[in-house]
Design a protein around this ligand. Structure first.
Ligand code: XIL
Length: 318
């Protein structure tokens, strides 16, 4: 029997992979590593936290690549596709970014130094970078974070241009949630992409996070994905998990299997979809219970490392 990454490859996709969080004790958990380090199951890695600003540039201009290098070295050693995550995001910022009273020149310099620092560190090793993460509100307007408030939307092109110069071979992505389906936010993202293209700003892909709820997976994934393909971009499912209200039931596990099938099948139906990444593969380390109280069991493997019906949903879809 083929594993999920082998199935993805057989289906013409570039990878099936997972986020891993080495700020948690995953890498020292032998069961976690023995399952994760099988190329037949996983062919791609995204750091869930290690390359975020607060970890990788904790002081102005002072980079700490310890955790990021652990991820990048694993990718090299095991021949896993590496997705860099992320460049510029409103969250998990060090306090020197959020508490400085910036002027535009100062913050533009800090953004360039940051993006150049991380992208050049891993140049040649990263398949794709989420250069800009979650720039939009659900109503389609720009998120009013320190970057937008100080620089307007120009921080987006600045980050993308800086990333291109630092690693000309990395695919440059914008990554967001609630853009997976037809709606206001997805339309706004397509408008943003169209504007960047018109301005000759480098943009190669869009990340569809895909943090869904069991029984509530959107019905317009394929139609929406086709609209991105029509823009001439690739895209990826970058952070898939499908949470349920606890306690789980046999019915909710079956629905979750169907829901995983629906998402992976939507990727299968659109050739511009290059791969699928789950936002960790075992419930043992999932971010869901702490971020969405009352919800959990969002991953294809349970907290005891047993495969759930969701696993079969993915396997059947590829
Ligand atoms: C999450 C991590 O998994 C958590 O450990 C952290 O506390 C918060 O961030 N969208 C993203 C990811 O782009 O970076 C987020 O990851 C989940 C939502």
């Amino acid at each position: 029997v083929l594993g999920l990454n082998e199935l993805a490859h057989a289906a013409g996709k570039n990878y099936f992979g997972s986020a891993v969080d080495n700020t948690l004790p995953e890498f020292t958990d032998p069961t976690y590593m023995s399952i994760y380090l099988n190329w037949d199951q996983f062919g791609q890695i995204t750091p869930a936290n290690a390359m975020k600003w607060m970890y990788i540039e904790p002081e102005p201009g002072v980079f700490n690549f310890t955790l990021g290098n652990q991820i990048a070295d694993l990718a090299s050693d095991y021949d896993y596709v590496l997705r860099g995550h992320n460049g510029v995001w409103y969250s998990e910022l060090p306090s020197w970014v959020t508490s400085t009273d910036w002027n535009a020149t100062g913050l533009a310099y800090a953004v360039q130094r940051h993006v150049n620092g991380i992208v050049s560190q891993y140049a040649g090793r990263v398949y794709a970078w989420d250069v800009v993460n979650e720039p939009l509100n659900d109503n389609g307007t720009y998120r009013e974070d320190v970057f937008y408030d100080t620089l307007g939307a120009s921080y987006i092109s600045l980050a993308l241009e800086t990333a291109r110069a630092a690693d000309p071979n990395a695919k440059l992505y914008i990554n967001d949630y609630n853009i997976e389906y037809v709606g206001t936010k997805s339309t706004a993202m397509q408008d943003l992409i169209t504007q960047l293209q018109a301005d000759d700003v480098p943009i190669d892909g869009v990340g569809m996070e895909s943090h869904f709820i069991v029984g509530e997976v959107p019905t317009t994934l394929v139609e929406n994905f086709q609209a991105y393909e029509a823009l001439g971009l690739e895209f990826a499912i970058t952070e898939l998990d499908i949470r349920m209200e606890l306690p789980a039931t046999e019915e909710s596990y079956e629905q979750q299997k169907q829901d995983y099938y629906t998402v992976v099948n939507a990727c299968m139906q659109v050739s511009a979809c290059v791969g699928v990444t789950v936002w960790d593969w075992t419930d043992k380390y999932s971010w869901i219970p702490s971020s969405f109280p009352g919800y959990g069991d969002a991953c294809p493997w349970d907290a005891d490392y047993q495969r759930k019906p969701a696993y079969d949903g993915i396997a059947i879809a590829f």
